[in-house]
Design a protein around this ligand. Sequence first.
Ligand SMILES: [Mg+2]
Length: 297
Amino acid sequence: MKRCLGGQKVVGSRCALPRRAARANGGAVVRAVRNVDYPEALLFDCDGVLVDTERDGHRVSFNKAFQEKGLDTVWDVELYGELLEIGGGKERMTAYFSRKPDEKPFSDLPTDEEKKAFVAEMHKLKTKLFMDVIETGQLPLRPGVKRLVEEALANDVKVAVCSTSNENAVSAVVRVMLGEEIAKVMKVFAGDVVPKKKPDPAIYKLAAEELGVDPARCVVIEDSRIGMLAAKAAGMRCIVTKSSYTQEENFDIADAIFPYIGDGEDSQFGLHDLTTPGNLWLNPPLPMASANQQSEA
Ligand SMILES: [Mg+2]
């Protein structure tokens, strides 16, 4: 395939140059007659991207567990945001109850062993309730997710989910919330399929390899800094759609940042914006492996 300035593929006798580049090139402004530079694959993180898992899933499940055990404890969105600074569900409950001397029955338990057993039991119940929340469709998709997945599939762009969370939970989110038809074609890379979690790029490298796509032509959607670092270290574009608890994180090397994907008039971007070069990107275009190979030939 022929290429013109900037490495864009040539469509017929035309080339999809941005206006400024075309003028600088001394040529007339031309437009692409069809788009040949969609990404080869769209890779979605799960937690915080497909669904707002912490706010709408884990937090809700903790509250259901408290209620089921007759506790008055309710973790609202703001309080849960503070508690997220403590990693791990059991540790989070232990820290919360320990600093609330009036929280029964925890405060009445005489020994550390009994306190530990209480927290373990609560956590087991919460974990079961979390899967119930997903399986019964109570964990809503974030706005625009389904639309973007459908746009990608309609244009032969591969879609996959890359998460280092529990595979059962991720697959259930895809199956229940995006539907069986999409679940058949949306591959899930999750759980312990790679030895290192994000920010290591392993999960994204594995996805590109298994899907047979060029990492430079993959667009990743992430909601957190560690996810963004993983995507960029894999040599991919990364769009950040911030979630409830990642608003203040540093997204300095993101290729684009949005509050969400969005639908209808509130749509922030669509597949047609994800072209290379395109106007969406904050960073310069990535070199395309296929273009490099061609120049060496
Ligand atoms: Mg995430």
